[in-house]
Every structure is written in C-alpha cells, then in structure tokens.
Design a protein around this ligand. Sequence first.
Ligand code: CMP
Length: 139
Amino acid sequence: AKERTLSIIKPDATRRNLTGKINAVFEDAGLSIVAQKRMQLTPAQAGAFYAVHKERPFYNDLVSFMISGPVVVQVLEGENAVAKNRDVMGATDPKKAEAHTIRAQFAESIEANSVHGSDSAENAANEISFFFAETEILP
Ligand code: CMP
C-alpha cells in the first residue's frame, strides 16, 4: 500500500553537500519527496525527537551531533515507503550495511550515519507530525 515515512538527512551529510546524491537514491528507488525543509534543530527539538533513546548511553552524543549543523527533514511517499526507505538506508552501523545502501556509501560512523528513517508506520505518522503540518505535504 502507499505509505509515508519521515526521513532526516543528518548534519554529516549536509556538511559534505550530499543532499542531492541522497535524494537521488530515494527517487531512483521509487520514493517521492512530498515535503522537505532544511533546518537547524534546537537541543530541545533533537532531544524530544529522540526521546525514545533517552536512557541509551549514546543519547547525549546523538543530540549534540544532530544539532552540529543543518538537517534536511523530509516526507517520502510510495509503495511500502517505510520498509523501502529502510532498505535503501541500510543498517544503522555502516560497517554492517550492504554495499548499495546510503549508509554504506556515505556514512562516517554508527552515529554520523547520514540518514534517519522511521522504523514503523505508526512511528512514521508521529515523526511526520513532529516536523510537518498536513498542509506542507504535497503529493
Ligand atoms: P537513527 O536511525 O537516527 O536512530 C538513532 C540514532 O542513534 C542512530 O540512527 C545513530 O545515529 C545513533 N547511534 C549512535 N550510537 C548508536 C548505537 N550504538 N546504536 C544505535 N544507534 C546509535
């Protein structure tokens, strides 16, 4: 079924001018970018977005990294968009990601791993509404 998922192009990737190359991977995979904005996250926004990881040892570093430069937040739409995006991103740890994936090609480390994508349809709905009003999403 047609789905939407939230994607974030992370600061390691915007810093290296990789937004277009990453967007080309999404579009070549049949995902449409139906909303997109470049923004500087505040500590409060980054902390709230990743609240599910609050007890993890990497939480503080993750929040610092996510505010270290601009991100591009986007809504991707297409058939099975959540799973398809996870396929094209590859494993969280780029050392474990398959060669054709975004993280294998571009990620610097398990933290600076170039992209975030929602891990379920339910989380996608919550993450999309965290950043976008419905009127900003234009299929
Ligand atoms: P993301 O898919 O955005 O979800 C949580 C993020 O935490 C993850 O990508 C990485 O950027 C970061 N992270 C840092 N260390 C770890 C780790 N050991 N395990 C999982 N995620 C990590």
